[in-house]
Design a protein around this ligand. Structure first.
Ligand code: PEP
Length: 259
């Protein structure tokens, strides 16, 4: 019996106009109300442009709002960036940091991830920090090394109290948007490694209380199997979070897994 509440977050990436975002989030609100999946935290991470409209659409529903990125300065001459106080202002409680697409396409480093993480925590946002290896890193036997690098440097200088306010998402890059899901065993192996590392960095009790999600082609068909693993505390979902039907089915599946 774990004390960690399951957390399912939908990363909408660069999809959905404002009317589409309102339609999806109101549809989710309606269906999740019927489902009453109170044992699952549900988070929606739309693009910046629809944060406020989604916030309004999910009001009084228990569904929570997150952003997909953040900048570490609170304000200033940083054209194109969005800060922690701005995300709070828009109604966000969560923020995804260090997604592999940001690392790959926007040259985001562990150092940047660390600064963003600290800014999010300073303003009371819960960071969802993404870590994970590419296919070539896995094939070269470097999975644990990459995880160690992402976790040690991403969480650098955080104390035990602060790290309890962080969610980690293990996302093997080769499984993101590819339809190729890691096996439940592969997810468990990596996530146990992360938890053991957290125990070394902090202490066992702290590590036991940190939620670690799996992400990478999660679908209604595979959510149960993955969530049954002891160190998998939820999922970060991309493609399958873009329709009411698929995302509700994932949450339903998650709510039915008892550990
Ligand atoms: C993601 O964007 O974090 C993700 C896991 O995407 P997908 O579910 O589409 O693989």
């Amino acid at each position: 019996m774990t004390m960690r509440k399951t957390i399912i977050a939908g990363n909408w990436k660069m999809y959905k106009t404002i009317p589409e975002a309102i339609e999806l989030s109101s549809g989710l609100k309606r269906e999740l109300f019927k489902l009453e999946a109170q044992n699952v935290d549900v988070v929606l991470c739309p693009p910046f442009t629809s944060l406020r409209d989604v916030y309004e659409a999910i009001s009084d529903s228990g569904i929570q709002l997150g952003a997909q990125d953040i900048y570490w300065q609170p304000q200033g001459a940083f054209t194109g960036e969005v800060s922690a106080p701005m995300l709070k202002d828009a109604g966000c409680k969560f923020v995804i940091i260090g997604h592999s697409e940001r690392r790959q396409f926007f040259a985001e480093t562990n150092e940047a991830v660390n600064k963003k993480l600290k800014a999010a925590l300073e303003y009371g946002l819960t960071p969802i920090v993404c870590v994970g290896e590419t296919l070539s890193e896995r094939e070269a036997g470097g999975t644990f090394k990459v995880l160690e690098d992402h976790v040690l440097n991403g969480l650098k200088d955080l104390n035990a109290q602060q790290v309890l306010g962080v969610v980690i998402a293990y996302e093997p890059v080769w499984a993101i948007g590819t339809g190729k899901t890691a096996t439940a065993q592969q997810a468990q192996e990596a996530q146990k490694y992360i938890r053991d590392l957290l125990a070394k960095m902090y202490n066992k009790e702290t590590a036991q209380n940190i939620r670690i999600q799996y992400g990478g082609s999660v679908k209604p068909e595979n959510i149960r199997e993955i969530l049954k693993e002891p160190d998998v505390d939820g999922a970060l979902v991309g493609g399958a979070s873009l329709t009411v039907e698929a995302f509700v089915a994932i949450i339903k599946g998650a709510s039915e897994v008892n550990k």
